[in-house]
Structures are given as structure tokens and as C-alpha cells.
Write a protein that binds this ligand. Structure first.
Ligand code: UD1
Length: 330
């Protein structure tokens, strides 16, 4: 598929980045991770060297690009918590947008030819139909989505003005863990539904709060498109192969094109553990769209990507296994 190359992974010690580092290493690529370990974990980097530092540190980035002969950059490092972005917008514009600008400047100076960027379904805001295709107008409703959209725009403009080509991947709701049990989501004070539900069913936190039961959805709770982190990581390797084959710059949704409600997710977690998830109904959470599902056709056509874990019970089983492992409950 891909030819071995030298890849810089920013945020490679984080949840999604560490799964991509692992797959890149398994595929024979030479990987170097750049991570400031503010939310990532040294132990999660299973292949290659770890350089500790910020993506906004142009000198460090240029040194790393040269030292490792980097051909392709995959840029994961970012803050990702939506409510926090509302409370502290400059933190998000600083780390997500300004640091991306610095990273791109270093890449331009060092002649990096290929760039894969972690973007988000949050760039769409609240699409009227609840389904977003890549050409659905972008209208982020929080600073997190806006900070990522600004980075997308910089990247498009730089590619147009230089020899760089890119793939922008817009992630929907990422969940699950390495089926081999080596890495998973270790984020402290997690807010993501599947992680929180696993913690709640294991008695590691108070009952889960269902944010909103009066949405215009089949059971009144929010609907999302949950994608297994292994399939998402595979999309990155396919994006790399696509760029190596000379593919032109692309923006692609990463989802399965199918939505599950909060109640359906909780039922799956309850099934997996054999006991219901303790939960209570709560008001809507500010900024939540009722439904956000990917029109996920383009990525299959362009990258030849075929999901292998497209099943809510599989996603939940790997997430639950990881939760037990990190809490010594395996
Ligand atoms: C997540 C991502 C966001 C991305 C979006 C794409 C993070 C932190 N968030 O946000 O970057 O743009 O997917 O769709 O990575 N819920 C509860 N109770 C809880 C937690 C969640 O009812 O305790 C509900 C939410 O109201 C929502 C659904 O579960 O309806 C999913 O929420 P969450 O897992 O927080 O993800 P998003 O907000 O969709």
C-alpha cells in the first residue's frame, strides 16, 4: 500500500494520534512524535522517538523536520473540548490556530510535501438535515470548530501557493480503543459519551447525565455518528498512500454515515457489561446539535477506505475493555 517514509506526528501521544503512530509503525514507516504531553502520555507512543515540545515552537519543529528527514506531517496536536473552548476561546485560537500557522511556516521552509490534518465535524455547526457532506456550508457554533476551520483555510491557501498537498479529515465522534488492548483513551475528566458511559457502568463516576430528552430525534436524545478509532487511524494511512500516489488535496468526512442516539449508546454499554448504565435525565447541553451524521461517501471513493469495525457493540466492547484495564479491573 504505502511506501515507507518519514512521518512527523504532532500529538502522537494523544488518543487518536497514538493509534495512528501504532499503525504507521506496524506498516514500516519511520515515525517521530512531537507532543508537549499536556494531555498525552509518553507510554502511548509505541513506535519511534518522542520529541517533547510545542507545535508552535518553529525552531524545534524545523530541527525535527531536518533531523528525521520528514516528508509527511500528520497534525493531531490540539485542544478538543467544546465547552472549554466557549469558556476560554483564546486558548483554542492560540493552540489550534496560531500554533498550526507556526507549524505550517516551518513545514514550508523545510519543503514538507504532504500534510494530513485532523479537523472536525464541528466545522458544520448545526446542519439543517442533521447530515453533513463535505460541501455542506461550514458554520461552526463554537470556538473549537472555528479554530479548526481557520486552520483548514490556512492549509488550503498554503497548498494553493506551494508544492504542498494535503488531506483534511473531518472526524465525527471517535470512540473505542486498540483491539490489542495496548492503547486507548486515557484523558482525565473525559466528557465524551462512550467513555463517560463506560466509567459510569463500572461505578467509577456518578450516574451519567443524559443531556436533553426533547430533541426532534426518534427517542428524543442526541444522535451522533460514532467511528471506531482503528478505522479512523486506517483512514490516515490511506490518506498518506493517496498523497504518495500523487493525489490532489482533499477534504473528507470520517464517519460511518449512520447515527445512534444517546439511549442506544447507553443500551450498548449496558449489554456489554451485563448491567444497565446508571443515568439520569438532564437539560440540554449548550451548543449541542440534535443530530450530526456524516455523508461518508466521498472518503470511500477517494481513499478506497472500508471500515472494519463499523458496529456499535464492537466500539463499546473495546472502550469498556480499555477502561477496565486502566482501572485495574480487567
Ligand atoms: C464530539 C467531539 C467534537 C466533535 C464532535 C463531532 C470532543 C470532546 N468532542 O463532540 O470535537 O466535533 O464530536 O460530532 O472530542 N452526552 C450526554 N451525556 C454525557 C456526554 C454526552 O448525554 O455525559 C450526549 C451529548 O449531549 C451528545 C452525545 O452524547 O448528544 C455525544 O456527546 P459527546 O460525546 O460529548 O460528543 P460531541 O459533543 O458530539
Amino acid at each position: 500500500m504505502t511506501r515507507p517514509t518519514n512521518v512527523l506526528v504532532t500529538g502522537g501521544a494523544g488518543y487518536i494520534g497514538s493509534h495512528v503512530v501504532r499503525q504507521l509503525g506496524e506498516a514500516g514507516h519511520r515515525v517521530v512524535t512531537l507532543d508537549n504531553l499536556s494531555t498525552g502520555f509518553r507510554d502511548a507512543v509505541l513506535y519511534g522517538d518522542l520529541v517533547e515540545g510545542d507545535t508552535g515552537d518553529e525552531g524545534l519543529v524545523e530541527d525535527t523536520l531536518t533531523r528525521y528527514g520528514v516528508d509527511t506531517v500528520m497534525h493531531f496536536a490540539a485542544h478538543t473540548i467544546v465547552p472549554e473552548s466557549v469558556a476560554d476561546p483564546l486558548k483554542y485560537y492560540g493552540n489550534n490556530t496560531c500554533s498550526t500557522r507556526s507549524l505550517l511556516a516551518a513545514c514550508q521552509r523545510q519543503g514538507v510535501r504532504q500534510f494530513v490534518f485532523s479537523s472536525t465535524a464541528a466545522v458544520y455547526g448545526m446542519p439543517a438535515t442533521g447530515i453533513a457532506a463535505e460541501d455542506t456550508p461550514t458554520a461552526p457554533i463554537n470556538p473549537y470548530g472555528a479554530s479548526k476551520l481557520m486552520s483548514e483555510q490556512m492549509l488550503r491557501d498554503l497548498s494553493a501557493a506551494s508544492g504542498m498537498r494535503h488531506v483534511i479529515l473531518r472526524y465525527f465522534n471517535v470512540a473505542g480503543a486498540d483491539p490489542g488492548g495496548r492503547i486507548g483513551q486515557s484523558t482525565r475528566k473525559a466528557t465524551l459519551l462512550i467513555k463517560v458511559a463506560c466509567e459510569a457502568v463500572l461505578g467509577l463516576r456518578p450516574p451519567l447525565r443524559i443531556f436533553g430528552t426533547d430533541y426532534p430525534t426518534p427517542d428524543g436524545t442526541g444522535v451522533r455518528d460514532y467511528i471506531h478509532v482503528e478505522d479512523l487511524a486506517d483512514a490516515h494511512l490511506r490518506a498518506l498512500a493517496y498523497l504518495q500516489d500523487g493525489g490532489e488535496s482533499q477534504t473528507l468526512n470520517c464517519g460511518y454515515g449512520r447515527g445512534y442516539s444517546v439511549r442506544e449508546v447507553l443500551a450498548a454499554v449496558g449489554r456489554a457489561e451485563g448491567t444497565p448504565v446508571p443515568c439520569e435525565e438532564a437539560p440540554r447541553r449548550a451548543g449541542d446539535p440534535p443530530s450530526l451524521i456524516a455523508d461518508a461517501r466521498r472518503i470511500r471513493d477517494v481513499l478506497g477506505w472500508t471500515p472494519r469495525h463499523d458496529d456499535l457493540d464492537t466500539i463499546v466492547a473495546t472502550a469498556l475493555a480499555w477502561e477496565k484495564r486502566i482501572h485495574g479491573n480487567a
